[in-house]
Design a protein around this ligand. Structure first.
Ligand code: ISE
Length: 330
């Protein structure tokens, strides 16, 4: 069986997903793409022998689309996921499920109301499919470092995408650490705090960097420094410190160069080279589940809602001078 996939939004991530589905995922065929930039959609459609439609609504309703990938702007996710639910079509929505708690909650309610055995909505928290994170989680769960006490993360981009603000640093970038923290520790984030040093002169539209404190129900404390205009390279770090040891991701370097009495390590420009295999594994797992007609092993709409609830608490803390803020899961 072949799952015919429609891709909404073929900018950076959508084009990547479409090509990965086309070249490296078995059981999938990209049949339809759409983008607000029609020329961009046409070029990709030509490359993949797919067709284009003018709108997301048309794509979701298309008879030659069995399942949908949403990689449009974060602000469009909720409406497009809702349209997929209306059409009873499985959808893999890039993170965040939606930037606001109300939108995410409405989607969870809408999906629940369908009463289906297997949920239709999957959310693209691809770090759950990144081998080093999986190995880190296995190590923590094996007990080799004892009870986890502290998690230290860094999330750095070369430069921020245009049009964002301090809140979108949390809902678009740090949302990955929010998801991976509770996944890694197996414990929900119950309380947060937001802090900031002076801001970089390279971006006047947002506070950058930001320091986020996430306290999980198990009593561990997670610190995230998120710096979306760090200039030097794309860098993601995570170390879990336990009672008897520590375990961390290896450095995300793509190349080491030894020359002229120096040793240098090269960083990727963005997240795609670092997480390419995780994206591929995530897409394959999604397609395999659709073919086998079993529940998707990806993050669910509820996981997407929980992550956005934590993000909302962080934004509240940001707007209240960094006050410690409880996460509201209602
Ligand atoms: C981007 O949207 C991603 O999903 C990347 O994984 C993340 O590192 C980056 O900060 C986001 O802007």
């Amino acid at each position: 069986m072949t799952v015919r996939v429609g891709v909404i939004g073929v900018g950076v991530m959508g084009a990547d997903h479409a090509r990965t589905l086309h070249r490296s995922v078995s059981g999938a065929q990209v049949t339809v793409v759409t983008d607000f930039d029609a020329a961009r959609a046409d070029t990709l459609a030509h490359e993949l022998s797919a067709r284009t439609v003018a709108t997301a609504t048309e794509l979701i309703a298309a008879p030659d689309v069995d399942a949908v990938v949403i990689a449009s702007h974060d602000s469009a996710h909720a409406e497009q996921v809702a349209a997929c639910l209306d059409q009873r079509k499985p959808v893999l929505c890039e993170k965040p499920l939606a930037p606001s708690v109300d939108e995410c909650r409405d989607l969870v309610t809408k999906e629940d109301a369908l009463g289906l055995a297997d949920p239709l909505v999957s959310v693209g928290f691809m770090r759950r499919f990144h081998h080093p994170y999986v190995a880190l989680a296995d190590e923590v769960r094996s007990g080799s470092i004892g009870t986890p006490l502290l998690v230290r993360n860094s999330h750095r981009n070369v430069s921020a995408y245009p049009g964002g603000d301090s809140a979108s640093t949390i809902t678009n970038s740090a949302i990955h650490e929010i998801d991976i923290t509770s996944w890694l520790l197996g414990s929900p984030i119950v309380e947060v705090g937001w802090h900031a040093p002076r801001s970089t002169s390279y971006d006047s539209s947002r506070q950058d960097p930001q320091v986020l404190m996430l306290r999980t129900a198990d009593g561990a404390l997670t610190v995230v420094d998120v710096f979306v205009n760090a200039r030097y390279g794309y860098d993601v770090r995570c170390e879990v410190v336990g009672e008897t040891g520590a375990v961390s991701l290896a450095a995300p370097h793509t190349l080491s160069i030894d020359s002229s009495l120096r040793s240098a390590s090269m960083y990727p420009k963005d997240w795609r080279p670092l997480f390419a295999d995780a994206y591929r594994r995530q897409l394959q797992a999604w397609i395999d589940a659709l073919i086998a007609e079993v529940a998707s092993p990806l993050a669910t709409a509820r996981d997407g809602l929980r992550a956005t609830q934590v993000a909302a608490a962080l934004i509240d803390s940001m707007n209240n001078d960094g006050a410690t803020t409880k996460v509201d899961y209602h």
